[in-house]
Design a protein around this ligand. Sequence first.
Ligand code: ADE
Length: 227
Amino acid sequence: MHIDIISAVPDLMVSPFSHSIIKRAVESNLVEINLINLRDYATNKQKQIDDYAFGGGAGMVLLIEPIAACIDALKKKRVYDEIIYMSPDGDMLDQKMCNQMSLYKNILILCGHYKGIDERVREHLITKEVSIGNYVLSGGELAAAVMCDAVIRLIPGVLNDETSALYDSYQDNLIAPPVYSRPATFNGWEVPPVLLSGHTAKIEQWRHEQSVERTKNRRPELYHKQP
Ligand code: ADE
């Protein structure tokens, strides 16, 4: 998968892609992440990428010209499955959307200032808008990092044990069961005995029951989506 990310502050996204699972995915060429500085596409001498809004009001607006120039240049190199704008009023990111995106070959992501981006970009150049929750971040960068992390770990080969993504919370609309490790007793707090029994079928059964109970208690709206 190839992911291009356009941002006015691309450095903000270096760290999220430089550690652990995502770093290994990049090193194994399972994903290629290209951070693009919008300022490199500024069309005037001052390298300006934002300006005041027509009609007045607080907050700067990202200009359409550098964004259009940048997207145009990128589209000459590859065909994108989606051109995504990170926005608090986009479609809500969930596991189903991540699963779909994990099948894409090329994704272009545009990060904006929360106050705005010229509406004509959204109308004419963007194919999908995504929100990571009902709250406003200062920009789309952290949202883009969250979305990419959730998608990249689903690409086959990224996780060591491929089945582990299948048992994540939210796959099949069930929350993941609790997990424990050594020691079996800490402060008098015991690990559920079934997990120490070595009886695989019973352990699977217990985990499933825990998932169902947790989903009922913590995410009843998901439980009602069970087939
Ligand atoms: N940009 C600012 N807030 C955001 C949010 N909640 N989701 C996606 N992009 C955003």
